[in-house]
Design a binder for this molecule. Structure first.
Ligand code: DGY
Length: 348
């Protein structure tokens, strides 16, 4: 699909993206926009090489693509100056290679914070209240009357929510769980989440002044402390060498037997084979997963686990957010091409 065929700058989007604002932004600024409409969900390096061709000023790509040395050198040879991932995470992008070939890298933080946090909260609730299991039970026609022990789950109020990685998304999730469900907070991050701490303190005081049990917060000195103490744990780190398999056999072993673990960050943060074993051995332990180690696949056994809620990497999938991500990705590429500031640029 081609927009503004006579535009001076050739910009490629490796996928159709939501909305039309992003296209207008580019075409209004003399860009010819080419959108790849190949049916294949995940494009290979070869597919993208053929899209880049001999002349390409910028590319908007997706987190499923491997943006390394090969693609950045090709983009640079084609005269390309900019690449933007349509994602906040950029573990699929070799930023050093991009820098070496003079290509600016963009990502799309901010617009997806609340949407992603809302999915983490949804997965926490779905796991706590066994919503998917109960839904399957209803649809299978198994409900034959109210029973005192039917799908008994966990009450969140008064329990402790643990957040690993209290950046934008982790903090938004923590606020939702603290305020929405009156949970206490324990978090682990290299940086102090001062605003989050202030929020919980103020909310605790508000509850107290209403004669209610106040909520509390604690900054843990290690991730293990969070794993040991929290009832619901949500993972929000970036994926790099230091966070690969952060959750493994040993870390699972120190968590409470009835804990809930939620992951909306990146799949390889969890050793999924160890997780499946843990789910089998601990039926009261529950997980809510948006991301998987070998996407789009799940490790053997995971799909059979009743104590797992699994969704296909949809944490940022609200209309407003996805249109915002597309717009930011376009702005990043446009900024570099036209010499405006790049909206969000991890390599500069
Ligand atoms: C991201 O932005 O990194 C998400 O995984 C997709 O929204």
């Amino acid at each position: 699909e081609v927009w503004n065929p006579n535009g001076k700058y050739r910009v490629i989007s490796t996928k159709p993206m939501p909305g039309t604002r992003w296209i207008r932004l580019l075409t209004d600024q003399d860009c010819r926009v080419e959108i790849c409409t190949q049916k294949k969900t995940i494009l290979s390096v070869e597919d993208i090489l053929s899209l880049i061709g001999d002349k390409c000023d910028g590319v908007i790509g997706q987190l499923t693509e491997d943006w390394g040395e090969v693609l950045f050198s090709a983009l640079s040879r084609a005269g390309g100056k900019a690449f933007s991932n349509m994602a906040v995470g950029y573990n699929n992008v070799d930023v050093n290679a991009a820098t070496k070939y003079g290509v600016a890298v963009g990502n799309t933080p901010g617009v997806l914070t609340e949407t992603t946090a809302e999915l983490a909260a949804s997965l926490s609730l779905a796991a706590a209240r066994r919503i998917v299991e109960a839904d399957e039970f209803m649809r299978a026609g198994l409900y034959d009357g109210w029973l005192p022990h039917l799908f008994v789950g966990n009450l969140l109020k008064g329990q402790t929510v643990g957040v690993i990685g209290a950046g934008r998304i982790g903090s938004a999730y923590a606020r939702m769980m603290v305020e929405g469900f009156k949970m206490n907070l324990i978090y682990y991050d290299l940086y102090q989440a001062t605003r989050l701490e202030k929020f919980v303190t103020a909310y605790g005081e508000f509850l107290k002044s209403n004669g209610e049990q106040p909520v509390t917060w604690k900054r843990a000195s290690s991730m293990q402390e969070v794993l040991r103490e929290a009832d619901v744990i949500s993972l929000h780190p970036i994926l790099d060498k230091t966070t690969y398999h952060l959750i493994n056999k040993d870390s699972l072993a120190i968590m409470k037997k009835e804990a809930i673990l939620v992951n909306c960050s990146r799949g390889p943060v969890i050793d999924e084979v160890a997780l499946v074993e843990h789910l089998k051995e601990n039926p009261m332990f529950r997980v809510g997963l948006d991301v998987f180690e070998d996407e789009p696949y799940m490790k053997p056994g995971l799909a059979d686990m009743k104590n797992a809620v699994v969704v296909p990497h949809i944490a940022s999938a609200s209309k407003w957010t996805r249109e915002g991500m597309a717009t930011l990705a376009a702005l990043n590429v446009l900024g570099k091409i036209k010499g405006y500031p790049v909206w969000s640029n991890p390599n500069q």
